[in-house]
Ligand binder design. Structure first.
Ligand code: AHM
Ligand code: MG
Length: 334
């Protein structure tokens, strides 16, 4: 076979750390398997009549789609079965799920925060959606998982990744040693290494934001958007606007082509819309590992000390130079 599979790659990487017991490798493998099951369901959604709202409202006050529920169940049961994870926090659940609650000898030492199906409002219209995951090592040695085990800074993630259910399905992840991307080959049912050591260009010519909210944007973001729209042949401006409204797809494009994605605070959303633990931290870790940057505009995302699971934060992420420009505009505001 021409390409290395995800399974082979994980084993090979583990061999580079002779003292590692392979638990994280097994956890990543479990997530990869669940992603394939979810991909199968996403692909046949239109056929199987599982498309469309389930009629329940999730903790964020949004209508849950059937596929959200299915993806959530699939990932949680894969993590439970695998035995390496002691606690799952899912965007779909009010409270985290303690997988060790009834078992004081529970061997799992990893905490997984997951958005099982992000961008689900796009399902009905056949636009790319994604799964985002973030992995931490628990701090307390055993027993019931504590608040400090879960609410760790993004800086302490041991791994993070996403799955993009797009025109092809990809799994992209980092363990803090660069970012690698795998494309699902449906003919053999394997993720194959297609994008080794991904790097985001230092600068870009695309900006991504829900510009319909312009009147609500804070001043620095308004200024930056106007800067992107100015005519300047030297820097090839005006820049192109690209916004899918599906975070994984918008950030995957940003990582490959360079550019910036912003979901700022506004009067309507004083802390922005996106969730720190399920969306911003994992994406920040991945983008930083690929050579990019991620900020609230005022602070590095990975430095935020989380206070609650479903916390939201403004997000400015992408090519380092562009993120720095936005940060400078915020700094001038003071
Ligand atoms: P979700 O977690 O409910 O799917 O919402 C998150 C999504 C992101 O994928 C996307 O970046 C954002 O919401 C789009 O929001 P908006 O429609 O306000 O532009
Ligand atoms: Mg989401």
């Amino acid at each position: 076979m021409k390409f290395k599979t995800l399974g082979q790659f994980i084993i090979e990487k583990q061999a580079e750390f002779p003292f590692a017991k392979g638990e994280l490798s097994r956890l990543l493998r479990d997530i990869g398997i669940a992603a394939k099951v979810v991909n199968r369901e996403v692909n046949k959604a239109g056929l199987a009549e599982i498309l469309g709202p389930l009629g329940q409202i999730n903790v964020q006050g949004e209508e849950q789609q059937k596929l959200d529920v299915l993806a959530d169940e699939e990932f949680i049961s894969a993590l439970k079965r695998g035995g390496e994870c002691c606690y799952v926090a899912s965007e779909e659940h009010d409270e985290g799920i303690d997988l060790c609650a009834d078992d004081t000898l529970c061997p799992g030492k990893y905490i997984v925060c997951i958005d099982p199906l992000d961008g689900s409002s796009n399902i009905d219209v056949n636009i790319s959606i994604g799964t985002i995951f973030s992995i931490y090592r628990r701090i307390s040695p055993s027993g019931k998982v504590q608040k400090e085990d879960v609410l760790q800074k993004g800086l302490y993630q041991v791994a993070a990744g996403y799955v993009l259910y797009g025109s092809s399905t990809m799994l992209v992840y980092t363990t803090g040693h660069g970012v690698n991307g795998f494309t699902l080959d449906p003919s053999i049912g394997e993720f194959c290494l297609s994008h080794p050591m991904m790097r985001i260009p230092e600068n870009g010519k695309t900006y991504s934001i829900n510009q319909g909210n312009f009147v609500h944007f804070p001043e620095p973001i308004k200024q930056f958007v106007k800067y992107c729209q100015d005519e300047d042949p030297e820097s090839d401006k005006p820049f192109s606007l690209r916004y899918i409204g599906s975070l994984v797809a918008d950030l995957h494009r940003t990582m490959l082509k360079g550019g910036i994605f912003m979901y700022p605070e506004s009067l309507r959303h004083p802390d922005g819309k996106l969730r720190l633990m399920y969306e911003c931290n994992p994406m920040a870790f991945i983008l930083e590992q690929a050579g990019g940057a991620a900020s609230t505009g005022k602070q590095r995302i990975l430095d935020i000390i989380p206070e609650k699971l479903h916390q939201r934060t403004p997000l400015v992420i992408g090519s380092e130079r562009m993120v720095q420009q936005v940060q400078q505009l915020y700094a001038l505001e003071k």
